[in-house]
Write a protein of this length. Structure first.
Length: 248
């Protein structure tokens, strides 16, 4: 005989079920994320305290604002790794730290795709983002070209683009073009507004989200992420959905 247990699943007090965070801005001084090594180490510590085991940080690569190169990002990674070895500061025991990038789909990206090796997440995934006013005009073509080069496109925070809120079919269609989706955890709390929150839950409900990410830029984000662990709806998502983060 079977009895249905009345016990609720355990409440997550951390993000440990995700294991890996694959979207953040923790290389000092190269984008709108952390400005100093000290800040970087502080945020790494905060992520470890929240249960993450691996951090793959993703500085912006955006010709107009953050013209970061592969070399600059890799140098930044070395500086952070050195910092983690520092004699006095936080040493990040048990954390794996790596870099990829968040590529803005501009003309520079097309050139990079043509001429260079992109910085990738595991599985040859490339984290991409677009402007808030309109999607890249040649988006479908770019997604196709990325895949012919062996990359797997992963769109950052699809819930934050107003044009996809207005046209849900258009965002659903990106999946048919081989694009994976990464949702920002703080979108679930209303941090970016109620419209973004509603769109985030709609995408989740339809099973379209592959990864959750922090998109952490500064310490307020760390505070909000910690708070989010006591949010009933966030906990339900963490308890009830399997994301691909754990497999990275
Ligand atoms: Fe980001």
């Amino acid at each position: 005989m079977f009895f249905r247990s009345s016990k609720k699943p355990p409440t997550p007090s951390s993000y440990s079920s995700l294991g890996t965070d694959l979207h953040s801005h923790l290389i000092p001084g190269i984008d709108d994320g952390v400005r100093t090594l000290e800040e970087s180490l502080t945020l790494i510590r905060r992520l470890v305290e929240m249960g993450y085991k691996k951090i793959i940080t993703t500085p912006h690569v955006m010709a107009d604002h953050y013209p970061n190169t592969r070399e600059r990002i890799l140098e930044g990674k070395e500086a952070v790794l050195e910092g983690l070895k520092g004699p006095d500061g936080y040493r990040g025991e048990g954390i794996e730290f790596d870099v990829a990038a968040e590529y803005f789909l501009d003309e520079n990206f097309e050139r990079l795709l043509q001429e260079e090796d992109l910085l990738t997440l595991p599985g040859n995934r490339v984290l991409i983002e677009m402007a808030g006013v309109a999607p890249a005009s040649n988006l479908h073509d770019l997604l196709f070209r990325m895949q012919t080069k062996g990359y797997k496109p992963l769109l950052a925070h699809p819930e934050r683009y107003p044009y996809y809120t207005r046209d849900f079919n258009a965002v659903e269609r990106l999946k048919e073009y081989g694009c994976e989706f990464q949702l920002n955890l703080l979108s679930l709390t209303g941090h970016y507004g109620t419209t973004v929150r509603d769109q985030a839950f709609k995408l989740l409900k339809k099973g379209l989200i592959d990864f959750l990410g922090t998109d952490m830029h500064h310490e307020q984000h760390a505070d909000k992420l910690k708070e989010a662990l006591s949010d009933r709806k966030v906990r339900k998502v963490l308890e009830g959905t399997r994301f691909k983060n754990a497999g990275l």
